[in-house]
Design a protein around this ligand. Structure first.
Ligand code: ARG
Length: 563
């Protein structure tokens, strides 16, 4: 709709002798009009005329176009230079029909590109906690938004499976005299925190664990055996959590898989003369003359020969380039790793592996408790992610009186929606406060509110026969507001795609649900006598639910059969 308005206005500009393309935006004053155009101000500067004069001229010319009423109800000039447009019902309904026929008709047709999505990134052998939810939710949602627009995605979990934590756990296994069969999830949950604490106090043990890790990476047979078992047990547990959150991965690769690409990488880096020796270690200078803040060199290989996080990430870019030749690689990783990615992306660019602007770090903020610090239980522990899922379920069940007959599966879907909507409605780079009580409210901007709206509309639709013809009438303000909201959908999807931010979708679907609720609170459909009016409204509600459902799918939220 905005594009069509822009082309109508641009044509008018041309006829008046103004060589500018028009820009139309949603009105800042919805009480006055639907859309506005502020070009009179820039035209005034360009043509050394008064914006009042230009604005009035444009309005007059617009009023005399052919088919004015197919597009507009009214167009007015508002001093000092605004052009306010109220679109006609006919124009609105043209788009409503288009949407109903082909849901994606309003989205731009872009050339399909290939995106590798790197998210999840759990560290094997470490328990998952609340912070791990964000990469999963944002990552899976961004992947779905990208696919919705017709692009190709390849998602890779990129597990942290070869780092110091593995050496620490193996050290623990050997110290405790455990056999390979003793390694189960209960043991891992206990041993990692214990070893991690021990290494903080004891330099000597820490050093031993580092040596052990290096030997594992170099191929020590005994350690490799234990490592494989640790992977098996831990990945099974990680998968369970990811499944619960609805994340899908095409690839289950990890840092360890990048080691076989290191030789090729080193050759490339040497060819570009990028490796320098600094205090026995190999580093890559990634600073730029334009840097305002110092960007330190990327540490590529320690003096003992060990490779690091940045080296495995660089090798992984090379592997992805070789395997998929993607147009983009997106990393959904904590904001606190922004320097790491800056270094890795610069090094990739310098080594001519993939250019800097094809690599994006989609950073996200921290999940905090009410005290504004990273979320912990009352007793000060970081709870396991699974425990939080259970807690959310408990709270939901305790709040709900009629839950007795509800299927377990539906309860899980609602709890899932509670957590996801609470997370995804926040702009990803911001921190947010984790408050299960607030999240599970049926009123307010919550998952249950959206589900409730959908199910209520579904109930109305279930027993009705809907004719596929929509008239050109719009019956009242609530009706009109809802139809305009529906047409907005494509611009929010585009915004979410361009900025890689699912919260635009969450915002939109919430506002759409508000419009739906206001609509049916004021318009009694069930016992309506006017069949034509009734059909038009059912048509609009059916479309609303289609949009809500699709948007929920982009947020990885499933709809229960009842609430
Ligand atoms: N395992 C890493 C961590 O927990 C996250 C991995 C993110 N992906 C990447 N390619 N670096 O910090």
């Amino acid at each position: 709709m905005i594009q069509e308005l822009e082309s109508i206005l641009s044509q008018v500009f041309k006829e008046l002798g103004y060589e500018t393309t028009a820009k139309v935006i949603k009105s800042n004053r919805p009480d006055l009009c639907d859309y506005q155009c502020d070009n009179a101000f820039s035209l005034a500067k360009l043509y050394h005329q008064n914006p009042m004069e230009i604005g009035n001229k444009i309005v007059d010319a617009l009023k005399s176009i052919d088919n004015f009423s197919s597009f507009f109800e009214s167009v007015t000039f508002a001093p000092p230079g605004f052009i306010n447009m109220t679109v006609s019902n006919k124009f609105i309904n043209k788009y409503i029909r288009l949407l109903k026929e082909d849901f994606k008709a309003l989205l731009p047709k872009e050339k399909p590109e290939t995106f590798v999505l790197d998210f999840g990134g759990a560290n094997v052998a470490k328990p998952l906690h609340v912070g791990h939810m964000r990469t999963i939710m944002v990552g899976e949602s961004v992947a779905r938004i990208i696919r919705f627009l017709g692009h190709i995605t390849i998602s890779d979990v990129h597990l942290g499976d070869f780092g110091l934590q593995i050496g620490q756990v193996i050290y623990g296994v050997l110290r405790d005299g455990k056999s390979i069969d003793d390694i189960d999830i209960k043991y891992l949950d206990k041993i990692y925190p214990e070893m991690s604490a021990l290494c903080k106090e004891n330099e000597e043990i820490k050093e031993k664990c580092a040596i052990l890790t290096k030997e594992l990476q170099d191929g020590n047979k005994e350690y490799q055996k234990l490592w494989k078992k640790i992977l098996e047990v831990s990945i099974q547990d990680i998968k369970k959590n990811y499944d619960y959150l609805g994340a899908n991965f095409d690839l289950w690769l990890g840092e360890s898989d990048s080691y076989k690409h290191l030789d090729e990488l080193v050759t490339l880096l040497e060819k570009q003369n990028l490796l320098e020796i600094s205090e026995g270690a190999r580093v890559i200078d990634v600073s730029l003359e334009t840097d305002k803040k110092e960007v330190p060199p990327l540490l590529f290989q320690k003096s003992n020969g060990a490779y690091l996080y940045a080296s495995t990430d660089l090798a992984t870019i090379l592997q992805r380039k070789n395997d998929y030749d993607p147009d983009h690689i997106l990393y959904v990783v904590d904001n606190r790793q922004s320097l790491h990615f800056e270094q890795v992306f610069r090094a990739s660019d310098k080594a001519l592996i993939m250019p800097y602007n094809s690599l994006e770090h989609l950073g996200y903020g921290t999940v905090n408790g009410e005290d504004g610090k990273p979320y912990k239980t009352r007793s000060g522990e970081t709870p396991k992610l699974e425990t939080l899922f259970e807690k959310a379920k408990e709270i939901f069940i305790s709040k709900k009186e009629t839950n007795k007959d509800m299927k377990e599966e539906d309860v899980d879907k609602i709890v899932n929606a509670i957590l996801k909507f609470a997370d995804l409605q926040n702009s990803r780079e911001k921190d947010y406060i984790f408050d299960l009580n607030k999240f599970s409210d049926v009123s307010g901007k919550t998952g249950p509110y959206i589900l409730y709206t959908y199910l209520r509309i579904n109930k109305i639709l279930k027993d009705s026969q809907i004719n596929t013809k929509l008239t050109d009438v719009i019956y009242n303000k609530y009706d009109r507001d809802l139809r305009l909201k529906l047409i907005d959908f494509s611009s929010y999807v585009m915004l979410a795609f361009k900025e890689r931010k699912p919260h635009y979708i969450a915002d939109y679907v919430y506002n759409l649900c508000v419009a739906c609720n206001i609509f049916y609170q004021n318009n009694y459909i069930s016992n309506m006598e006017d069949e034509v009016n009734k059909n038009d409204w059912l048509y609009v509600l059916e479309l609303s639910n289609k949009v809500i459902k699709e948007m929920l799918d982009l947020l990885v939220i499933e709809i229960p059969s009842v609430m």
